[in-house]
Design a binder for this molecule. Sequence first.
Ligand code: SF4
Ligand code: SF4
Ligand code: SF4
Length: 621
Amino acid sequence: MQNEPLVNINTDKCTNCFTCVRICPVKAIRANTQSPHPSIENSRCIGCGDCIETCVPKAIYYRSSIEQAKQLLKSKSKKVALISPSLAAEFEDITDYRKFVQMIKMMNIDHVNEVSFAIDLLAYKYLTLFGDFKGRYYITTCDQVVVSFIEKYHPNLIQNLAPFGTPMLVMSKVVHQKYGDDVKVLYIGPDIASKDVALKSAGDSKVDVVLTFPELRQLFKEKQIDENIVEYSEFDGPVGYKGSLYPIRNGLIQAADIDENLLTTAVICAEGKKEMIESIWEFENNVKIIHRNLHATYGNSLAGPGISNRGSKLYKEYLVIKYANKRLVKFFRSEWYDNLNTYLNLDFSREFHPDDQRIPDPPIEKVREAIALMKRNEDSQANCSQCGYSTCREFAIDMAKGIVIPEMCPTFAIRNSQYFSDTLKELNEKLASTRQMLKVTEEKVKSEHDTAQQASELADSMLEKLRSGIVIVDYKLKIIKANNQFSVILGEEAEEINEVIPGLRGADLNKFFTEDICNLFTFVLENNEPVDGKDIHYGESLLNIEIFPIRENQVIGAIVRDMRAPEVQKAEVLNRVSEVIDKNLEMVQKIGFLLGEGASDIERMLNSVIGIYDSNNNKKG
Ligand code: SF4
Ligand code: SF4
Ligand code: SF4
């Protein structure tokens, strides 16, 4: 994907070791507290590829150009491949470079050219630039990592950048000149930073796709291109000369035949991450004393993620020299010289732009806060360097800048893990006691539930034993519970429903009772006042209904008796006659007291009425 950043992190593979944060030379990778994984700040990245190389689980990767290359290879345009001289260090397994050239052509490439010729051209340009001293010292611009480093972190040195394109851009210009403006250019080399250079290239320097050596190997594999099935084929001209030594530390200087005598040379060479960074810093601060130009490279021509040969540097340099010598066997100096003169007239200039990514030093208070957070005493710091920083203070400064997090300091992490382990222990103990409490509560709830269930079952069975109908309804007059006797009193239809839905649960009381009876229920619900036994006609029956509140405005209950049922009739008459007797007895006692007569005769008389009624009923029964 063209718009994907050059370097990315696959968080699924990331193990949060933060090695990449420590290794990035420009602090383009940040650890942050919002995410367990670090993140890459693409605008700060210089494309050195160190993070990719050091990430053990291979969570960091560079943008793939394989799909883009496949599209280019399918196109009908004339296509040219530009091959970096580092190929000698990568394709050690291919016995002859001519086989390699044919393998490239088999991918539907029309011409295969060496970038070493562009280095020869640049060597001449540098020789002239350094030789024609006009008071300014220059830094070579063949290595894009160096160029980006200066644009982003030493913008004051922009004017000191030698005004030439990288070998890839220069060679693209040559092949555009040779094959025409519509030629499509595929660059194959070890430097991932060239992928971003190609994105910005245009016109007769345009590079359409950049493939690293591992990507090229993948394409060979997919297309089943093997040296055993191809014939020899030579590079297309113009061929390179000493430019093929470029991958070696001072290869450019050698190619330019620049004086390397330490007493008289105009150029200092610096190669590798540390040397490059330090030499540029020194150049910026001391160029007035040093009085030398600087040829700095990051060292990615023979190392880094764009090359798969993991052999030693010296061995790879040997392979490059061996290849350069082999190329010189058929070298025609005069032809090369003519070509040099032909193409030297091209404009190889390139502009550079400051892109200041320096982070200002944080205020001293912030640094102190960071030191305090790490529980370090400003004066007695460990400075053990286990975090990758020389001193705790340097680490704290980057912490204040938001680049690292305290957990990256092993001392802090150990102390913190002790704290967490204590806290965890405490939490575990609390959890165990909460669990115990929960268990007790659970048992209590279960026992209460069992008791409630038993009580409910007992209440149900008691309700069923009553001769009266019992019904309990909610505030919508929906039946919550009713005993069987209630259905018997209501009649056949209710009994049938009761068989299907025991206890008439959920049935609407309005379905069984007339409006005036339901109104009594509503009255009790609304007023929370009981209605004492009321006799009400219900079909052919006479019902005595007593309604009472159970839960305020929510639940009410009713006792319903069929007054025409013989057992109720008898009990009711007895009940009511007893009431009359009680009242009359009271009155007779008062009268007897007044009249001096005994009331026992009247009591006897009334009791005999009860006896007569009783015997009559028994006879009927
Ligand atoms: S080096 Fe790789 S695994 Fe470690 S933090 Fe960085 S991306 Fe994750
Ligand atoms: S490629 Fe280099 S500069 Fe970019 S994030 Fe990785 S280590 Fe940092
Ligand atoms: S690891 Fe921690 S204690 Fe050691 S130098 Fe870094 S910040 Fe200081």
